[in-house]
Write a protein that binds this ligand. Sequence first.
Ligand code: AVI
Length: 326
Amino acid sequence: MRMRPARAPHAGARIIDLHPPQADLRAEVLEGLRKDPKELPPKLFYDAEGSVLFEEITTLPEYYLTRTEIGILQANANAMLSRIGESPTLIEFGSGSSTKVRILLDRLAGPATYVPVDISAVALTAAAEAIAADYHVRVIGICADYSREFTLPPLPGSGRRTIFFPGSNLGNLNPQEAASFFVRSWKLLRKGDGMLIGIDRQKDPAILNAAYNDSRGITAQFNKNILGRINRAIGADFDLAAFEHVAFYNDAESRIEMHLRSTRQQDVTVAGERFSFRSGETSHTENSYKYGEGDLETLIRGSGFRTVETWSDAAKWFSVYYLRVY
Ligand code: AVI
């Protein structure tokens, strides 16, 4: 069990609600289903049920990403913290339950400010309060959508800012979206500030295919839950039993693709609009890009960042990069 810090924790967390615009799920789903081939927005994965399924995925033997990244953070936290510098302000994008940042906070000496940023005010408040209760750090939670541009309120810390973006979440963005992610992040930082980011690497496709086709079928449930969510949230009559999970590594695009395949010819009504699915027709639900050596450098070139140091596991399946604004 983690030791509590000797000093008294700060009194509570401050939460600043930037009122992120709510997605128009109905419009996004209909737009995707009108495309050929059909697409469904991956943001729909994460309702309460999907978030539980994702947590389960992170513990599966085939899904090496989470445990490998945690191992890298644990083994190299002190080196990371020395890059991050004294009295840091750690800004975590999509902070969720703020679990991985604890590995850094456990080893922090001296004052620090932790700024979790999450679109869910409920998850943000719970996680921010828990961190404020467990650590001697100032906690300022920001309810915002990091996938769009937003402005940080004035932050009190005197040290450098570091954006913490673990979990290979960058992988779910296409190259253009990833490039604009770095530009948006740069706007929140100053010269000398940094970013600590988890990146899943290219590797034997058999390992990648197994990670997204686990033997217990949890990833399949996670993928199909998107249809259940559409049924519940915007009114549709998807029969989940008539779709199957498909995931494969697309070598040319360096990405895992997830799709849902219709097992028969069927019509589905979604928010009052009728859609036909051919037998065998697939709808694209997610991409998970895998980065090769030097790919990140190519991606960030021109966005104002440079790679300063990287840490990986022995097999180089996963890396954590420290980037700096120059
Ligand atoms: C959240 N994200 C990094 C996961 C990934 O590996 O791309 C989402 C996921 N999809 C299927 N399994 C996990």
